[in-house]
Design a protein around this ligand. Structure first.
Ligand code: HPA
Length: 233
């Protein structure tokens, strides 16, 4: 047992999907996995283990933002030996040629979170995803005919009042805003684990366009299939 996860060692698979919303974790477990058990209910941050096409996989809610995901992934890697972590979430596009419903594979994550500055002092560490996971996800997304973009995302420490820097970030090639990937990539490296973030564009920060809940569900399902097929080749 760790502080925020009341599973036994061995209850959690080496490969895990990480939605922010614990009810999304439940949805994935119920709709995509077989032989499912729920291993965590602490704080209602649900975690499940099951099989996908005969292979063992877990899915764990992380909550929103750098501090919350940092707690869960630290415990997953340190206490339960998790080795492959794929965030499955949403983001807000900030480029004209990125559209709602597109899928973004985060190659890297810039951030205004202070967490890495505390860790690295004056250095600008570049949180980077795992190339093998990135490549296999890209190939799976293309195979499924999805509109997929690969690049730098911005892990924002605030959801509101972050708009001031958007123009600058867009100018320097950032594709979209989200709130967790820089921590995921950095902390996974510390534990010698592989990490990737697969994000569907839920809204467009420049145009204000947003997806309906039905569209979000469809693109979410497509993203989960990409993540599962890429994680368990
Ligand atoms: N900002 C941060 N995270 C997000 C956004 C956003 O605009 N949209 C979806 N996740």
């Amino acid at each position: 047992m760790s502080i925020h996860i009341n599973a036994q060692k061995g209850d959690i698979a080496e490969t895990i999907l990480l939605p922010g919303d614990p009810l999304r974790a439940k949805y994935i477990a119920e709709n995509f996995l077989e032989d499912v058990t729920c291993y965590n209910e602490v704080r209602n941050m649900l975690g499940f283990t099951g099989t996908y096409k005969g292979k063992r996989i877990s899915v764990q809610g992380t909550g929103m933002g750098v501090p919350s995901i940092s707690i869960y992934i630290h415990e997953l890697m340190e206490e339960y030996g998790v080795k492959n972590l794929i965030r499955v979430g949403t983001c807000g596009a900030i480029q004209k040629d990125v559209n709602v419903r597109d899928v973004i594979l985060a190659q890297s994550a810039s951030t205004d979170s202070f967490q890495n500055r505390k860790l690295f002092g004056n250095f600008d560490y570049a949180p980077t995803s795992d190339f093998d996971l990135l490549l296999s996800s890209y190939n799976e997304a293309k195979k499924k005919g999805l509109e997929v973009k690969v690049g730098n995302v911005f892990t924002a420490d605030s959801f509101y009042d972050e708009k001031g820097d958007v123009e600058m970030m867009a100018k320097y090639g950032v594709l979209a805003l989200e709130m967790e990937s820089s921590a995921l990539f950095t902390i996974s490296k510390k534990f010698d684990a592989r990490a990737l973030a697969i994000l569907t564009v839920s809204d467009h920060v420049l145009t204000g366009e947003a997806t309906s809940s039905e569209e979000r569900q469809t693109t979410f399902n497509e993203m989960i299939e990409v993540a599962l097929d890429a994680a368990l080749p």
